[in-house]
Write a new protein. Structure first.
Lengths: 123, 370
């Protein structure tokens, strides 16, 4: 199992050809109180860098992009009932959706945890 | 496009030291939030929130013709305004558009006027051009402005500035606070009881420390200021009001006083009178949005054919109602409470219903009321 990160502050946890996607703790901190999350339906094809979800904080709406190409297999039903899970446990219970990877080689361009931390810490 | 760097307000370091996230607003670096917008919002409704609104323009309008001069640009009846009393009013264009909204207080031999931060330079230019030459306009740049808002604001401030508890809503006076003088009025922008405190910038950090040191008080940022005023149904200039909206369209007819309405003599009177008599073509209303997803400023109001007939001017999530709410301009025929409104945002359709404002009841301290 490996976890990768994007410059748009999404994480993707990969197990075989399945992956789980969410937003990072840094992202949720920047967004503030999350009050609604619009998630993709199962079966939808998403493309790397394309819009996959919308996260609404009290202040504003922000797009969440797909880190890689793939087919959505499941959206997190818990977020519909309690969007604040994306604040309280962004890299756990607050995951956004799962997908089936279309092209594993796309993972190579993403950051690991250490590189992402350095990216976030950069002035 | 290059932008001027944000100007720094007297409490800048104070906010940063308390963990505020600073953003650019109205040309200033200002705190958007400290612990979080929802927590700060609820704290204000339950206890007392301290807001730094020093970006706002504080003006003195003085001279024998000050009252007459101001009455030529705004629709309030200043002649009957008593000493130490505030009025909400609007600077108007000749065709009834809104240049800014403001609070005017009669204070001794002058009027003390508070205008919006983002529009103050334009307001000063407008007033300088329109007021009689004998009127002296002073922009008090060395004056800071704090707001202490919430049901416990009166308990806190009465301990530190005894006598403020005697003020009724929309009245003010001079009080000793933190070892110096401050002008304190019972007013605000949250729908709650509370106070606005005008004092020299040199003393504002000490007074902010004093207030924030009370257990009922937490600092509150611009984010909650916006969600609080939205719940209270209060318009925000530059969003819900601008030079293309009139006071009647904006549902601010209360700001056009009876005498002024009958006599006129202020910018925009013909159109405003016509709209009072015949009704405006569109009106600012409150909307309750179906579902949980907020609809934001810029979303469009569409009719049954999908044609644009209005727009959302403010929208967000109400922490108290735990539901999305908005303000929008809609055709007058659809402006009554209960009317079904259809909105489009990013290609998606939202259903909404017109509902009376405020969304959350005001709790002002009106003298004479229980």
């Amino acid at each position: 199992m490996s976890v990768y990160y994007t410059e748009e502050h999404e994480w993707i946890r990969v197990e075989g050809d399945q992956a789980t996607v969410g937003i990072t703790d840094f992202a949720q901190g920047q967004l503030g109180d999350i009050v609604f999350v619009e998630l993709p339906e199962a079966g939808r094809q998403v493309t790397k860098g394309g819009e996959a979800a919308v996260v609404e904080s009290v202040k504003a709406a922000s797009d969440v992009y797909a880190p890689v190409d793939g087919e959505v297999t499941e959206a997190n039903p818990a977020l519909g009932d309690d969007p604040s899970l994306a604040n309280s446990d962004p890299e756990g219970e607050g995951w956004f959706f799962r997908l089936r990877l279309a092209d594993r080689s796309q993972l190579e361009g993403l950051m690991d945890a250490e590189a992402y931390q350095a990216f976030v810490d950069a002035p | 496009m290059s932008e001027a760097p944000d100007r720094i307000l007297p409490l800048d370091g104070w906010h940063v030291a308390r963990g505020a996230r600073m953003v650019s607003f109205a040309g200033y670096r200002m705190p958007i939030q400290y612990e979080g917008i929802i927590a700060e919002h609820r704290w204000t409704r339950e206890s007392a929130g301290l807001f730094d609104v020093s970006h706002m323009g504080q003006l003195i309008v003085a001279g024998a013709e000050a009252e007459k001069g101001l009455e030529s640009v705004l629709p309030a009846d200043l002649a009957i305004l008593k000493e130490g009393r505030l009025r909400y009013s609007l600077l108007l264009t000749d065709d009834g558009g809104i240049v800014d909204d403001l609070m005017a207080t009669r204070r001794g031999d002058h009027f003390y006027v508070v205008v919006n931060g983002a529009t103050k330079e334009g307001d000063i230019a407008y007033l300088s051009e329109r007021l009689p030459r004998t009127v002296v306009l002073d922009h008090m740049k060395e004056q800071a402005l704090l707001a202490l808002q919430g049901p416990k604001a009166v308990d806190v401030l009465a301990r530190l500035a005894p006598g403020v508890e005697q003020l009724g809503f929309m009245t003010g006076g001079a009080f000793a606070l933190g070892g110096g003088a401050a002008w304190i009025s019972r007013s605000g922008y949250t729908g709650e009881d509370g106070f606005e405190i005008s004092l020299p910038a040199a003393r504002v950090a000490a007074v902010a420390d004093l207030l924030a040191g009370e257990e009922e008080v937490k600092p509150v940022g611009l984010g909650a200021r916006d969600s609080l005023r939205l719940e209270a149904g209060l318009p925000l200039y530059g969003h819900d009001l601008d030079t293309t909206t009139t006071p009647i369209e904006a549902d601010l007819g209360f700001a056009v006083s009876k005498r002024r309405r009958a006599e006129g003599g202020f910018a925009g009177w013909p159109r405003i009178l016509r709209e009072i008599e015949e009704g405006p073509v569109r009106r600012r209303v409150g909307l309750a949005i179906e579902g949980r997803q907020p609809v934001r400023e810029g979303a469009i109001v569409v009719d049954a054919d999908g044609d644009e007939v209005g727009k959302v001017t403010s929208g967000g999530f109400s922490p108290m109602l735990e539901a999305p709410i908005a303000m929008a301009y809609v055709p007058s025929a659809s402006a009554e409470p209960g009317a079904e409104i259809r909105l489009v945002q990013r290609g998606k359709i939202f259903q909404a219903k017109v509902r009376p404002m405020p969304f959350v009841p005001h709790r002002y301290h009106r003298k004479g009321a229980a």
